[in-house]
Design a protein around this ligand. Structure first.
Ligand SMILES: [Fe+2]
Length: 303
């Protein structure tokens, strides 16, 4: 599902994996031993199986945006949880978060930013993210899963791809003209409606509701985490008028202001929930019971 919704399309993913394979084949024996072989088959290294306590049929899952030891303990209080599914990466998925950011180059290119500029600016940012996640206590939750004997996996970028595709299709169909109309359109989505109740619904972070949207780009919904702040100027030059994101840093906000872009922040947990829900609907169709926790706003689109 993640590949089908990916901006790179199946052909792009095939090339991405092929490139990894070529690099692997050129490695010496020592390098090959150190290489994470999942990379040859899984284009989303931020999405993994962390621990299998028991390889059994899955009938009931506990799903959350962030899974920490607290949620694992919580699962023990609920009867019959067979598997815990996190959205945000943990363990080696978190350690490899930067690996999926390559996708952003293709997304930017899709919206008209020349690939050399996207790659040049993203390269710097990807290495920054790789260094940033290096210091985390990666195995904390995985260690707890081992002690408590619970099955633990996560799905990050595949779900974010589903959210990006959903929003892209909706916007292309409804074509909002002004930023206010775009906000109203987002507010029709149940996950955002729910987020509005606690004050974190879709908001204009840069620009004005009265502004015209121009070309709307979904450059910040998928691809690991925030890209380079230097990209906003390039996006504006490529003809993008409005960017939809899940969240934005102050530094990014300033750069977007200078580039005269509109930035609509749809919301973090709500946008993550949208993508996760589209995946969970497929599990529900297979008869799997879903219990939500840790920020997941569960909305079923199964009729
Ligand atoms: Fe997220």
């Amino acid at each position: 599902m993640g590949i089908k919704a990916d901006f790179r399309e199946e052909e792009g993913i095939r090339k991405f994996l092929e490139n990894k394979k070529k690099k692997y084949e050129k490695m010496n024996e020592k390098e090959k031993k150190e290489f994470d072989k999942d990379a040859l088959e899984n284009p989303y290294l931020d999405s993994r199986i962390y621990y299998i306590a028991e390889d059994k049929e899955i009938k009931k899952v506990l799903v959350g945006i962030d899974i920490e030891p607290a949620e694992l303990l919580l699962s023990k209080e609920i009867n019959g949880i067979d598997l815990i599914i996190a959205h945000h990466p943990i363990g080696k998925g978190l350690a490899h978060l930067a690996d999926v950011m390559d996708l952003q180059c293709d997304v930017l290119n899709y919206y008209g930013v020349p690939i050399n500029i996207a790659e040049g600016l993203m390269k710097e940012r990807i290495s920054e993210v790789a260094r940033g996640v290096n210091s985390a206590n990666h195995q904390r939750t995985v260690d707890a899963a081992k002690l408590l004997k619970v099955n633990l996996i996560n799905s990050h970028t595949p779900c974010d791809n589903l959210a990006a595709k959903y929003l892209k299709d909706l916007i292309e169909e409804r074509k909002p003209e002004r930023v206010g109309e775009l906000i109203d359109l987002l507010k029709e989505i149940p996950e955002y409606k729910e987020a509005m109740k606690i004050g974190v619904g879709p908001k204009v972070f840069v620009g004005d509701k009265e502004n015209r949207c121009g070309k709307i780009a979904l450059t910040e919904i998928t691809g690991g985490t925030a890209g380079s702040p230097k990209l906003y100027e390039k996006m504006a030059q490529a003809g993008i008028g409005t960017v939809i994101g899940m969240h934005i840093s102050e530094e990014h906000k300033k750069e977007a202001e200078m580039a005269n872009l509109n930035v609509v922040i749809a919301g973090h947990m709500s946008s993550d929930s949208l993508g996760v829900n589209l995946f969970l609907d497929e599990l529900e169709k297979q008869g799997i019971e879903i219990i939500s926790c840790s920020g997941l706003i569960r909305v079923s689109r199964v009729k």
